[in-house]
Unconditional design. Structure first.
Length: 313
């Protein structure tokens, strides 16, 4: 990257997270957003519309693209924000652009960085603990935030990580380095494992996790996940499941109480969910380690059924 030029960033799979990120990063970089034609047409027509805690604005600088042939040759960073169910397909579509370029993931769940690493040497893992949703074509809403964005080196070049954090910070987004990004991805996954499937199945916002009838289920999901993470040798930032449950119910659930997680939108729109990168992943790993995971297995089965029977039958 040449120091006097604006960095060039390509966001791959720009929906709720990716479009909002593109809108903010446009303050510090030239941003290309690989998105579906419906978003691309609206953005070309009247700009990207953002509302909420990341600012209310119509941003005309984001350049939408709908295929790799529309991407300029001088891309400095790629950031993947597709759902985990689409990581392999989008990496294959844009393989020629990703190859040799530092590529970050801001996706939830476990496994995306390993897929991206099949396409490039320098992979940066990332987490974002903010609520985003699509309000319409080329129109996104950012409603609540509970922690800074975090990036950490997954493989390859540490300079790329420092540069990316510098760009994100200069765009005004709170961001911190994550020294143990594998643990960081699990730490973020705890929140998604606890609330995403429950809110999706109950059609309720995150606050439902604290209801008397539901709390015991969340408790079971988290205790099992701690046992499996421990067997995998993951050093979570909380020493015990009780410590994390205190943080979940004391900070994260209140911060997101009135908003709907991403899996809620997937089930409502009859899209495949990320359940197999979250609770389904924990259940499978548990089986390998001989750890019983009845809560995660049960909720994963319910979500899989719901996503293949959108009308409930
Ligand atoms: N929505 C939220 O509040 C948060 C979401 N996340 C995570 O971020 C990731 C993205 O989530 P969302 O933005 O909510 O999902 P989304 O479904 O709104 O956005 C993903 C976009 O990628 C597009 N896409 C997928 N494959 C593509 C392809 N080959 N070419 C062009 N476009 C393609 C999809 O059509 C969709 O518009 C997920 O892993 C999610 O779990 C993380 C934190 C918060
Ligand atoms: C943090 C949270 C719950 C924000 O909505 C999220 O990660 C998601 O929706 O998947």
């Amino acid at each position: 990257m040449e120091s006097l030029q604006r960095p060039v960033i390509l966001i791959l799979g720009a929906g709720a997270v990716g479009l909002a990120l593109a809108g903010r990063l446009a303050a510090a970089a030239s941003v290309y957003a690989a998105c579906r034609p419906v978003h691309a047409a609206a953005i070309r027509d009247r700009g990207l519309v953002m509302e909420g805690i990341w600012g209310d604005a119509t941003i005309r600088e984001v350049i939408p693209v709908t295929g790799p042939d529309e991407v300029p040759p001088a891309v400095d960073f790629v950031i993947v924000t597709a759902k985990g169910t689409g990581t392999r397909a989008i990496c294959a579509d844009y393989a020629g652009v990703i190859r040799g370029r530092p590529t970050a993931s801001l996706q939830n769940g476990i496994g995306n960085e390993d897929i991206i690493a099949e396409y490039t040497n320098t992979v940066i893992g990332g987490t974002v603990t903010t609520n985003f949703s699509v309000a319409g074509p080329g129109h996104v809403r950012v409603l609540s935030e509970s922690a800074p964005m975090r990036f950490g080196a997954w493989s390859g070049d540490g300079d790329a990580l420092r540069e990316l954090i510098g760009i994100v910070r200069s765009a005004g987004i709170p961001v911190e380095p994550e020294p143990d990004i594998r643990a960081g991805k699990w730490a973020k996954a705890l929140l998604n494992i606890a609330v995403n499937p429950i809110c999706a199945l109950l059609r309720a916002p995150v606050g439902v996790a604290a209801e008397k009838e539901i709390r015991g289920i969340v408790d079971g999901l988290i205790r099992e996940t701690f046992a499996v993470a421990g067997a995998e040798g993951v050093h979570l930032p909380w020493a015990t499941a009780d410590d994390y449950l205190a943080y979940l119910f004391g900070v994260q659930v209140p911060d997101f109480a009135t908003v709907y997680p991403s899996m809620y939108h997937d089930l409502r729109q009859a899209r495949r969910t990320e359940i197999d990168l979250l609770n389904g992943y924990v259940a499978d790993l548990g089986e390998r380690h001989g750890i019983a995971t009845p809560y995660n297995r049960c909720i994963a089965a319910l979500v899989r059924y719901a996503q293949t029977h959108p009308d409930g039958r």
